[in-house]
Design a protein around this ligand. Structure first.
Ligand code: IPE
Ligand code: IPE
Ligand code: MG
Length: 260
C-alpha cells in the first residue's frame, strides 16, 4: 500500500518511478522523521579504511534515504550530521566532515531544488569555514520558496545549545517572564516552523539521544538499529516506518483502544 504522499513529496521520487514501493503495515506515516546518522567511523574501521571513508560513504547514502522517505510521504526529514560536541574530534576528521558537507551541497542542491525540497540548516552556521557558510546560504536561498519536502540538516547542532540560544533571544527581545510559554520557546528554536519529529531513528547501535532535538523529541517515537549509517538503506527505512505504524502514541492521554 502506498501512503497518501502529497504531490510535492512524490516529486522527489520522480527519478525512480519504476520502483515498486514495498507495502508498509500501517497507513500511518510520520510527518517528520529525524535521523541520528551514526556509525560511519565503525563502518570504515570494520573495512580497514580510515574513518573519513566512512563519512564519505555516509554522505553518499543521504540521497537514497531522502528519496525513500519521500516515497512514503514523509514531509520533513531532519538529519543530524555534526554535533556541538563533535568539534572535540581530531582536526583532520573535522576537516573531512566539513569538506563532505560542501561536497554534498555541490552535488545535491540542484537535484533537491528540482524536486521542490526546502533546505534548512539547524545549528551554528557561523562556526563553519567561510566558504562553506556561503555555500550553505546559497543553497538555503535557492530552495527557500520550495514547498515540497523540508530537509533540515543539523550541523554544528546541539539541543542544549539551541535552548540557550532561544533563551538569549527571549531576553534580548525583552519578552516578559509571564509571557514565556512553550510556543514562545518553540518559535525561537532552529526548527521553528517544522512540526516536532514523530519518529527519531538512530543508526549505529547506540541507544542514546546525544544532544539531538531535546525539546522537540518530547513525544517522538524512538527507533534504534544496529545498522551503520552507510548501510542503512531502503529496506531499513521500510522496516522502521512499519514499526512506527504499529506504535500506540498516547501523548500522556489514552488511546482509542485503551479500556475506560
Ligand atoms: C556519525 O558517525 C557521524 C558523526 C558523528 C560526525 P561517527 O563518526 O560517530 O561513527 P562511529 O560512531 O564512530 O562509528
Ligand atoms: C551523534 O553521534 C552525532 C551525530 C550523528 C552527528 P556521536 O557519535 O557524536 O554520539 P556519541 O558520542 O556516540 O554519543
Ligand atoms: Mg558515533
Amino acid at each position: 500500500m502506498k501512503s497518501e504522499a502529497t504531490p510535492e513529496a512524490t516529486d522527489l521520487a520522480a527519478e525512480h518511478l519504476g520502483d515498486v514501493i514495498s507495502p508498509i503495515s500501517s497507513g500511518r506515516v510520520p510527518r517528520h522523521v529525524a535521523v541520528i546518522m551514526d556509525g560511519n567511523g565503525r563502518w570504515a574501521t570494520q573495512r580497514g579504511l580510515p574513518r573519513r571513508a566512512g563519512h564519505r560513504a555516509g554522505t553518499e547514502n543521504i540521497r537514497r534515504v531522502i528519496e525513500r522517505f519521500a516515497d512514503h510521504g514523509v514531509r520533513y526529514v531532519t538529519l543530524y550530521g555534526f554535533s556541538t560536541e563533535n568539534w572535540t574530534r581530531p582536526e583532520n576528521e573535522i576537516r573531512a566532515i566539513m569538506r563532505l558537507l560542501g561536497y554534498f551541497l555541490r552535488r545535491e542542491v540542484n537535484n533537491l531544488h528540482r524536486n521542490n525540497v526546502h533546505l534548512r540548516l539547524l545549528g551554528h552556521l557561523e562556526h563553519l569555514p567561510k566558504h562553506l557558510q556561503r555555500r550553505v546560504l546559497e543553497a538555503i536561498e535557492l530552495t527557500s520558496n520550495n514547498d515540497g519536502l523540508t530537509l533540515n540538516i543539523a550541523f554544528s547542532y546541539g539541543g542544549r545549545d539551541e535552548l540557550v540560544m532561544a533563551v538569549r533571544r527571549l531576553i534580548e527581545e525583552g519578552v516578559p517572564a509571564d509571557e514565556v510559554d512553550e510556543q514562545c520557546i518553540a518559535h525561537r528554536l532552529y526548527t521553528a516552523g517544522s512540526p516536532d519529529p514523530d519518529l527519531i531513528i538512530r543508526t549505529g547501535g547506540e541507544t542514546r539521544i546525544s544532544n539531538f532535538l531535546l525539546w522537540q523529541s518530547a513525544y517522538a517515537e524512538l527507533y534504534f538499529t544496529d545498522a551503520y549509517w552507510p548501510d542503512f538503506g531502503r529496506e531499513d527505512i521500510d522496516i522502521a516506518l512499519a514499526e512506527y505504524g504499529r506504535r500506540k502514541r498516547r501523548f500522556g492521554g489514552l488511546s482509542d483502544t485503551d479500556p475506560l
